[in-house]
Each structure stands twice: as C-alpha cells, then as structure tokens.
Design a protein around this ligand. Structure first.
Ligand code: MYR
Length: 131
C-alpha cells in the first residue's frame, strides 16, 4: 500500500520539468534539494497526506475521483483529482493561471514509491524510499 512515510531519494529530469513549469533557476536549484517527505494515510478511497520539505509543511485531504485545490511549493495553484487505476494512482491537475494540465502518477516499484510528472511534453520522476 501507499501508506507510510516516504522520503525523496533521487529525481530524474526534474530540473527540466520545473523549467517547463516556468520556475526560475534559483528556485529550481533549491527545489532539487528540498528533502521532500510525504506521509500517506489511506482509508478506503480517502487519503490524508502530510507533505514536508525545506519550503513548507502542508496537510492535504482528498477523496479519489473528487476534485480539490492544491498549491505547489512555488505558489502555483492547481485543481484536479487523483484516481486509482489498478495499483497506480493517476492525478490530473489543471493550473489555475493558464489552464494547462499537469499529470502525475504514483506507483510502488520494488519497494520504492515512484512519482512521475508530465507537463507540456516534459516528463520527470521522483523516487522515494520508505522511512
Ligand atoms: C498530493 O497528493 O501530494 C497532493 C496533490 C498533488 C497535486 C499535484 C502534484 C504535482 C506536484 C508538482 C510539483 C512540481 C513543482 C514544479
């Protein structure tokens, strides 16, 4: 299950992804070392997420298939949903500032939590280890 505390271990193409998101180089450098930690508690189709990083701590509640608002660490506001497809969580979020879509997935692969991101043709991954 996705439940547990997950600490980012490594990222792939995350800088390019953030660049595509319009994040400036200084913020990108800080974000590469954000020590992101995500605690996931799942109860049926309800999720409670505790996010902590060098930028902030944040609590998020959502229900699968139900739209909610979220602000990224740089302040960008999005709205969208997570759905479960097989063993994978699939998220689709729309930026409020430009209506463009960010998609993301979470999957368990070999004991690690792999989160993928796509925005405007650029893919990235962040891989988390269980604490
Ligand atoms: C959660 O499940 O953790 C909360 C909802 C996440 C919504 C979308 C996540 C995309 C994060 C992208 C960060 C990249 C910053 C440029």
């Amino acid at each position: 299950s996705f439940s547990g505390t997950w600490k980012v271990d490594r990222s792939e193409n995350y800088d390019k992804f953030m660049e595509q998101m319009g994040i400036n180089v200084m913020k990108r450098k800080l974000a590469e070392h954000d020590n992101l930690k995500v605690t996931i508690e799942q109860t049926g189709d309800k999720f409670h997420i505790k996010e902590s990083s060098t930028f902030r701590t944040k609590d998020i509640d959502f229900t699968l298939g139900v739209a909610f608002d979220y602000s990224l660490a740089d302040g960008t506001e999005v709205s969208g949903t997570w759905e479960m497809e097989g063993d994978m969580l699939k998220g689709k979020f729309t930026r409020k500032d430009n209506n463009k879509v960010l998609t993301t997935t979470r999957a368990l692969v070999g004991g690690e939590l792999v989160q993928s991101y796509n925005y405007e043709g650029v893919d990235a991954k962040r891989i988390f280890k269980k604490q």
